[in-house]
Write a protein that binds this ligand. Structure first.
Ligand code: SAH
Ligand code: SF4
Ligand code: F3S
Length: 473
């Protein structure tokens, strides 16, 4: 049994990161014969992509997917630890699954993802949720076949979580959700240690994949008909800084764009590492999309300093302006935290001021949530929940106002949209513009998977409506 350890998770070793090739274990290929699995995924794109890997690994073991949790022989929760409500959702789901397990004791229930990397969560699982069958972390997904084999033979809780980040595993299989757009990891972990954030502890130190492996993955996706890729990392702009060769995110953008993939996106960009060379690449290559997610977090220099973000609001605005000037029609979205410990009303108002200056296309906004083990969690949380909610609502109202006014600029324009499929509502198609605007489109299914010209006929705060263009557009 390997248990997570907070002290080890905080450490950054100098150990060289090795690259291994994933190998399927032939002897386990019938482990899941006539059995089904169901996975619930919480959290960010990184977790969504991990789930795609887990699904493919399970299918190599002959498991088949079911979308009905109650029918599954194996249930996995791929969890997120970023805020308290992510925890609560998972514990709520564990409560529901307990009832299921009581009436169907043979079902195997496992917890993985970022919560599994947290020492105090695994302690809680060992004390209060002994009926669970297995726990594994973010660093040993490749070893799932062995752990599952062990779990299926034993009737006790099996835990295998590594706190020291592992090596890089290439060629893990992937059962991708979409046939048109794909996630591509370019790096794992994060070394920024923003004072509020749990990710550097749950995902380990920054480890960049070799560019040749990334480019080969993208070429493979192009050959398989994919139109769009999103390069994934907690802080993609720092890509390559941990490699022993001179090779940066700008170099990677250039090499990936030369594969001919139609659309390239990348998330998330930390303002700290955004270089002029990156901007030049976005300008130079048409297949790098004019869309940047650039979290500001706060508009107060004192709070930014406490957060460990390493830029001032002035530096953020300078970068923001440079991007807007260099990349015509570029859309920029952001993340903002309200109620960081000791944030005053005046400091919160400075955040509103920055929103007024930047007029973001949209934003994810959050109330600060103390995470065990982070420096911010040790600060006195001196703001009432009522006040935090007030700030969040005021901020959201402003964000929505700018989201709508930015969308209004699209009315009657013709924009390229990658049609992904039907929207949930009705027989309307949906897709995203190059600038990452969600568009509901009237049209038939022959357009799915294509990038088509769409004329915008109506705008809302969070989406646009449009029709596919004929010659008369
Ligand atoms: N790596 C990305 C962010 C990953 S987490 C980056 O640095 O931009 C996504 C967002 O969650 C963060 O940008 C932040 O706004 C928010 N977040 C992270 N930790 C949080 C916490 N403890 N409380 C509230 N929001 C948090
Ligand atoms: Fe968290 Fe900061 Fe790393 Fe983003 S850059 S994952 S907010 S520590
Ligand atoms: Fe959550 Fe882990 Fe992503 S904490 S936001 S799933 S990296």
């Amino acid at each position: 049994m390997n248990l997570p350890n907070l002290k080890e998770a905080k450490r950054r070793s100098k150990k060289e990161v090795l690259v291994h090739q994933y190998k399927s274990d032939e002897s386990l290929k019938n482990l899941g014969l006539n059995k089904t699995y169901h996975i619930k995924t919480y959290g960010c794109q990184m977790n969504e992509h991990d789930t795609e890997n887990i699904k493919a690994i399970l299918e190599e073991l002959s498991f088949t997917e079911t979308n009905k949790m109650n029918d599954a022989d194996l249930i996995l929760l791929n969890t997120c630890a970023i805020r308290e409500n992510a925890h609560n959702k998972v514990f709520g789901m564990i409560g529901r699954i307990k009832h299921l397990k009581e009436s169907k004791p043979e079902v195997i229930v496992g917890i993985c993802g970022c919560m599994a990397q947290e020492e105090h969560i695994v302690d809680e699982i060992m004390n209060k949720y002994k009926w669970l069958d297995m726990v594994f972390g973010t660093h040993n997904i490749y070893d799932l076949p062995n752990l599952l084999n062990k779990t299926m033979k034993s009737n006790k809780l099996e835990i295998d979580v590594q706190s020291i980040e592992g090596d890089i595993i290439e060629c893990m299989p992937s059962k991708r959700d979409s046939k048109h757009k794909a996630w591509v990891n370019i790096m794992y972990g994060c070394d920024k240690f923003c004072t509020y954030c749990i990710v550097p502890y749950t995902r380990g130190k920054q480890r960049s994949r070799r560019s040749v492996d990334i480019v080969n993955e993208v070429k493979h996706l192009v050959n398989n008909g994919y139109s769009e890729i999103t390069l994934l990392g907690q802080n993609v702009n720092a890509y390559g800084k941990d490699l022993d060769i001179e090779y940066s995110m700008a170099n990677l953008l250039e090499d990936v764009s030369k594969t001919g993939i139609k659309r390239i996106r990348f998330v998330t960009s930390h303002p700290w590492d955004f270089t002029d060379e990156m901007i030049k690449m976005i300008q130079k290559y048409d297949n790098i999309m004019p869309y940047i997610h650039l979290p500001i977090q706060s508009g107060s220099n004192r709070i930014l300093k406490l957060m460990g973000r390493k830029y001032t609001k002035e530096q953020y605005f300078e970068l923001f302006t440079k991007l807007k000037e260099a990349i015509p029609n570029c859309s920029i979205t952001t993340d903002i935290i309200v109620g960081y410990p000791t944030e005053t009303t005046e400091e919160f108002n400075e955040t509103l001021e920055m929103v007024n200056k930047c007029q973001f296309d949209s934003a994810f906004t959050f109330i600060f949530s103390p995470r065990v083990g982070t420096p911010a969690s040790k600060m006195e949380d001196n703001i009432t929940l009522k006040e935090k909610n007030r700030r969040l609502h005021q901020l959201n109202d402003l964000i929505n106002q700018y989201a709508l006014s930015n969308n209004q600029k699209y009315l009657d324009k013709v924009v390229p949209v990658l049609i992904e499929g039907y929207s949930n509502k009705d027989k309307t198609l949906m897709g995203y513009t190059d600038t990452m605007k969600l568009v509901n489109v009237k049209g038939d299914e022959t357009n799915i998977g294509k990038i088509v010209d769409v004329q915008i006929t109506d705008v809302k705060t969070w989406s646009l409506d449009g029709k596919i263009c004929n010659q008369d557009c």
